[in-house]
Structures are given as C-alpha cells and as structure tokens.
Design a protein around this ligand. Structure first.
Ligand SMILES: [Zn+2]
Length: 102
C-alpha cells in the first residue's frame, strides 16, 4: 500500500501543527514531543529544523495504512526524534524511501 499525499493529508498536517502551536502557547504539555517529552519549536515551520514540529504516526503507516488520515493516530514530535525512531523501526530498508513526514 503506497503512502498517499492527498490534499486531505496535507490539511491534516496543517491543522495538527496549528493545534500543537495553540496548546504550546497555553503551556499545555500535550503539545510536547511524545517521544522525548521536550517542547517542540512551534516558532519555525514544520520539518525545517531538528526541533521543529513533525506529525508522527503512533501506529506506523507502513503497518496501518488505513490510519494515515486518522487524527487520533497523530502525535506531536520533533522532526529529529521521529527520524531516529523511524531508523530503528523493524525491517530497515523496506519502504520509507521518502521521509515519514512527506
Ligand atoms: Zn523529541
């Protein structure tokens, strides 16, 4: 199953980033990176720096393609954390030719 990148996927990412930014402004830890628990840099555009925001899929799209567009499967994370997590995922070399955030 190929990863999709439809307009709906794009909208989900934008809305998820906006939600995280709003929560962070309120000091809500729910906006923090779910992998390392540190604050995410919401002042910069997503996926532009290691500390920038990245939409991580709690259940990997690789195994749960039907959940890619499900907001309940989305987690706030650092671009760097999601990247390192992905590298440690099972079956390296199979798929994920493109970064997980795109
Ligand atoms: Zn992190």
């Amino acid at each position: 199953m190929a990863r999709t990148n439809t307009a709906a996927d794009h909208r989900l990412r934008e809305e998820f980033f906006a939600e995280g930014k709003r929560l962070d402004a309120q000091g809500d830890p729910a906006a923090n990176c779910w992998i390392c628990s540190q604050r995410v840099d919401y002042q910069v555009a997503p996926n532009t720096t290691p500390d920038s925001h990245n939409l991580d899929h709690f259940k990997p799209v690789r195994n749960y393609p039907e959940l890619q567009g499900d907001p309940s499967n989305a987690r706030h994370s650092h671009a760097a954390c999601n990247k390192s997590r992905g590298a440690k995922a099972p079956s390296p070399g199979l798929g994920e030719a493109v970064p997980d955030w795109w």
